[in-house]
Design a protein. Structure first.
Length: 45
């Protein structure tokens, strides 16, 4: 997963990693954003 690799790189180099994830105008979350968030949630388990 590209996002995970970028996150790991940032952590290794003691940098912040920001994701551009926000609600849509109707309050929903884009499916790709939901997938990314779920991937990070699964890493904690």
């Amino acid at each position: 997963m590209k996002v995970k690799a970028e996150y790991d790189y940032a952590q290794k180099n003691k940098a912040n990693y920001l994701l551009n994830i926000a609600l849509r105008g109707d309050g929903s979350i884009h499916p790709a954003d939901q997938s990314t968030l779920q991937g990070f949630a699964d890493l904690k388990d």
